[in-house]
Design a protein around this ligand. Structure first.
Ligand code: C2E
Ligand code: MG
Ligand code: MG
Length: 631
């Protein structure tokens, strides 16, 4: 612009025109230049204005951006703080490594778990960490192997259970870490699982050991026996299993209480442990039942020696709570492979042999013999048949009247059990009751008898025969059941009967076995109003002295005495029994009266009631009904 103006001015100044014209021109040029300059200025001003507002807006944007960045920074700092706090508050020890296996960061718990002080923390790098682990961890090599595995396969999840020398267990898990999808090392988390591990170990121990004595239980003995059987088979040797059952343990429990019983079992357990060889094991498999397993048996004499040593040791008095206790043990022995190839079989056979030892008088040992298995199989068969009889209504009751002396009328009846088997043959209770006693079925059978007898009594009551009494025989095993008294009560109620309608007959063996329990149950029954007889009196060697202690109402003199009543001495004995019983306030029944002469003699001796074929055999309920109608 300047140059152009200069040239125009020069052109006009140098022109031929008059001065005023030139001035005029000059003025015009200047004016135009001024106008142009002014326009330029305006343009410039405008453009400057524009630029500054843009700048302002840019500046504004920038300020906003800066604000946002500051916020983001604060957020980031907060997140970082939260992350750090979380990292530190974690229940796991955490440590992060980069891809060069250098530690990036760790939390406080990590230091604590590895027992590294904060001052030493700055020393944490590869070799130092390795040394620390080697000093404190039992299975550091296992950890190194796992780490190598991770180096070979970075994407792999790793885990290892570290066992520390001080007894702790740390469960260590490692995951790869990635930054923008690129492998960037690993994160390890270490969790203290000591208490879990200990309780697991404890549970495992408890599952395999008896809580009272700490000895291996049946399950563990079973495993060991299996192992012994396999070993014996491979090495052509034998393994022996000794099944021990203490004799008289129940008496200790009953008389001195369960605490004393427990203390005794603990003592027996430690005695047994002190006797056996290191290679043998002792286990407790039930109340007072122990097993001794002998492995690598070359000669039978070693087994008999062991059995004798055990018998000797258990025979020595034990001092429990300051009291000297004498017990003994019966032992049954089974040998692999001859007496059984499986642990179950061997234990079962040793158990059978033990029973045999008990029958041989206790405090002795017996080897398993094949015949025992046969006897036991037969018993099993009878048990199954009895069960079958019970559920297939092969049992029925007959009733034998008991007559009042001289008056010839029925005083009461005794319910007697009968079994007609599948072949229609009648089997005597004398044959099957003892078997049912032995295998426990007697309880179910006894309940059936009670129910049937009450049912029949209710039927007679309905026919108008009131004041009748039926007595049932109770086996010793049924008698000691805690449920007996409530069961009797319930059954009587269910049939709308008075307790006086029911009588029970028990033999002397019942109260000779357990006097306290008998007194307890009999007192409860007596209180209810149930009539109680002592059956087969005179055969059980009990004395009349016993009877003083028992709330019973009646004695039934056993048939074996009645049979010999014509003999002078037997007659005198019967007379004295009757007299003594009367002194004690008891009534007397003579059982098995088969002829008129005996009946007369018994009447003369003061006997109260008579029962026997001479008066009536046991007969069906309908026949009893006829007899009752004739009375
Ligand atoms: P027990 O309780 O002493 O019953 C009397 C047994 O003598 C009955 O034998 C009866 O039939 C028999 N008897 C009665 N009078 C005479 C007689 O003049 N001559 C002869 N030779 N025998 C006579 P049974 O019925 O064979 O019962 C035998 C034993 O079986 C019973 O002896 C009793 O101990 C038991 N028993 C019977 N039924 C039951 C029952 O329901 N439960 C229980 N636990 N035992 C029962
Ligand atoms: Mg009887
Ligand atoms: Mg009898």
């Amino acid at each position: 612009m300047h140059r152009l103006l200069k040239r125009q001015i020069q052109k006009h100044l140098c022109s031929e025109l008059q001065l005023d014209e030139r001035l005029q021109k000059f003025y015009e040029v200047i004016s135009q230049a001024y106008i142009a300059a002014d326009e330029d200025r305006i343009l410039l001003e405008r453009s400057l204005e524009l630029t500054s507002s843009e700048l302002m807006s840019r500046n504004h944007d920038l300020q906003r951006e800066l604000g946002r960045l500051a916020e983001a920074h604060t957020d980031l700092q907060q997140s970082l703080a939260t992350l750090n706090a979380t990292f530190d508050a974690s229940f796991d020890g955490l440590v992060v490594f980069d891809e060069e296996h250098q530690i990036v960061t760790y939390n406080t718990l990590f230091l604590e778990l590895l027992m590294i002080s904060k001052d030493e923390a700055h020393l944490l790098y590869g070799q130092y960490l390795k040394n620390i682990l080697a000093q404190r961890v039992i299975n550091a090599n296992e950890l190194l192997n796992v780490i190598r595995e991770g180096i070979a396969a970075p994407e792999k999840h790793l885990s290892v259970l570290l066992k520390f020398i001080d007894g702790r267990f740390l469960d260590c898990i490692s995951l790869p870490r990635y930054i923008e999808k690129r492998y960037a090392g690993r994160v390890w988390s270490l969790h203290d699982v000591t208490s879990l591990k200990l309780s697991e170990d404890d549970a495992r121990h408890r599952a395999h050991h008896d809580a009272l004595t700490g000895l291996p239980n049946r399950a563990l003995m079973h495993d060991r026996l299996q192992h012994a059987i396999d070993h014996a088979r491979r090495h052509h040797q034998r393994a022996a299993i000794l099944f021990l059952d203490l004799d008289g343990f129940k008496d200790v429990n009953d008389s001195l209480g369960h605490d004393a019983g427990d203390a005794l079992l603990i003592e027996v357990a430690s005695t047994l442990k002190s006797i056996v060889r290191d290679t043998d094991s002792v286990g407790r498999i039930g109340g007072d039942e122990f097993l001794v397993l002998m492995e690598g048996v070359h000669q039978l004499v070693h087994v008999t020696d062991m059995a004798e040593r055990i018998i000797q040791a258990v025979q020595q008095p034990f001092t429990i709570k300051g009291e000297e206790i004498h017990i003994s043990t019966s032992i049954g022995i089974a040998l692999s492979p001859n007496d059984g190839e499986t642990p179950e079989n061997l234990i079962l056979h040793a158990d059978m042999a033990m029973y045999h030892a008990k029958r041989m008088g206790k405090n002795t040992f017996e080897f398993f013999a094949r015949e025992l298995a046969l006897i036991s199989a037969q018993r099993m068969q009878v048990r199954n048949r009895l069960k079958h009889a019970l559920f297939n209504e092969q049992f029925f009751l007959v009733y034998q009247p008991v007559y009042r002396c001289r008056q010839q009328n029925i005083q009461h009846m005794e319910a007697l059990l009968r079994w007609r088997n599948d072949e229609g043959k009648l089997i005597s209770p004398a044959d099957f009751i003892p078997v049912a006693e032995e295998n426990g079925l007697i309880v179910a059978i006894g309940e059936w008898v009670l129910e049937q007898a009450c049912c029949q009594l209710a039927a007679w009551k309905k026919m108008g025969f009131v004041n009748l009494r039926v007595s049932v025989n109770l086996s010793p095993r049924h008698f000691i059941q805690d449920e007996l008294v409530p069961l009797i009560q319930k059954t009587l109620q269910a049939h709308g009967l008075e307790p006086s309608a029911l009588g029970i007959e028990i033999t002397e063996t019942v109260f000779m076995q357990n006097l306290d329990q008998s007194v307890k149950v009999l007192s409860q029954l007596n209180k209810l109003g149930i009539h109680i007889s002592v059956d087969d009196f005179g055969t059980g060697y009990s004395s009349l002295g016993y009877l003083k202690k028992l709330p019973v109402h009646q004695l039934k003199i056993d048939k074996s005495f009645v049979d010999e009543i014509h003999d002078q001495r037997s007659g005198a004995l019967i007379f004295s029994i009757i007299t003594m019983a009367h002194i004690l306030g008891l009534k007397v029944v003579a059982e098995g009266v088969e002829d008129a002469e005996s009946a007369t003699l018994l009447e003369q001796q003061g006997c109260d009631y008579l029962q026997g074929f001479h008066l009536s055999k046991p007969i069906a309920a309908d026949d009893i009904t006829q007899l009752l109608k004739q009375q």
